[in-house]
Write a protein that binds this ligand. Structure first.
Ligand SMILES: [Zn+2]
Ligand SMILES: [Zn+2]
Length: 297
């Protein structure tokens, strides 16, 4: 294992110099820790029904931006949009404070390439739940943008700028909430909601590779979970996604709720996005259950 990790570090075939990075960088993680402390400080302000809906909307609108933007557009190119709209999508996703769209997508492409292998940045199977949930984010391995994985989008200077100044969107969003809703709006609507959004997103790296049902042989530990799909606007259908990544929808059947896809569908009716890719019927049919059925006579 050590040898494999060293090879990655030396050859730069994956995110970083991983050989030395499976440890927490406590100093470098101070902003991440402070975000959690600020989230807990929200309890110093009154919580009422208006604040509840603010937290709810701030979470779900940005979760859709994270999943439909960072994940389904920048990581997997599952639909098309205009150059202006892709900048807006990146900006909205980055209000989540999960760094630049190019950073996020590059790491995610690496995850699919090495899913649940030793090189995987956040495999709970290989490195445990806490590492998959937050450990890798607090380690040096998560710091640089791995440009070799995201060259297709790196040709847009405005995206490279936004990736470099990734704190601009969350700062503007936080200030706007403060101006409109005051201190309670800032602490509940930004810090608390962003902390929920962090962990709502990160359970896709951890829990969806641990709990749920396996429908397809994806060659890794990915699973489908209805509950996690509700929390993550459709990303809980992770076994579907790992089996066939090129689809704008991750819920492939009518009962597989996928709020991000419904949003993309509405955006397509408005002409904001187009060419939403869906799974071919023969892919959907290749379930493990279908494989194990005896062939028809
Ligand atoms: Zn993915
Ligand atoms: Zn995964």
């Amino acid at each position: 294992m050590q040898v494999a990790a060293q090879q990655i570090g030396q050859t730069q075939t994956g995110p970083t110099t991983e050989a030395t990075s499976r440890q927490i960088d406590w100093v470098g993680s101070i902003p991440f820790i402070l975000m959690h402390i600020a989230a807990l400080c929200a309890f110093f302000w009154e919580f009422n029904s208006q604040i509840f809906w603010l937290v709810f909307a701030s979470y779900y609108v940005r979760m859709i931006a994270v999943t439909a933007g960072y994940h389904r557009y920048f990581s997997h190119r599952t639909y098309k949009t205009s150059r202006v709209m892709q900048f807006i999508i990146a900006f909205m996703a980055q209000t989540s404070a999960q760094k630049g769209a190019l950073w996020w997508a590059a790491n995610h492409r690496h995850h699919h390439k090495h899913s649940d292998k030793e090189e995987d940045l956040h495999s709970p199977e290989k490195h445990g739940f806490w590492w998959a949930q937050v450990g890798w984010i607090m380690s040096p391995c998560s710091v640089p943008t791995q440009w070799k994985w995201i060259q297709d989008f790196a040709k847009y200077p405005e995206l490279v700028w936004l990736n470099k100044y990734h704190l601009v969107p969350p700062t503007i969003y936080a200030v706007a909430l403060w101006l409109i809703f005051g201190w309670a709006g800032l602490f509940w609507g930004f810090f608390f909601s962003t902390m929920l959004l962090f962990h709502g997103t990160f359970v896709i790296n951890s829990l969806t590779h641990m709990f749920g049902r396996i429908r397809y042989r994806s060659g890794d530990g990915s699973r489908n979970s209805f509950l996690l799909a509700l929390i993550t606007c459709g990303e809980g259908w992770h076994n579907n996604h790992h089996y066939y990544q090129a689809t704008a929808n991750q819920g492939w059947f009518w009962w597989e709720i996928d709020l991000s896809y419904y949003t993309l569908k509405v955006a397509s009716w408005l002409g904001l996005v187009w060419d939403l890719r869906k799974p071919p019927a023969h892919i959907k049919a290749k379930t493990i259950a279908a494989e194990s059925k005896p062939a028809a006579a």
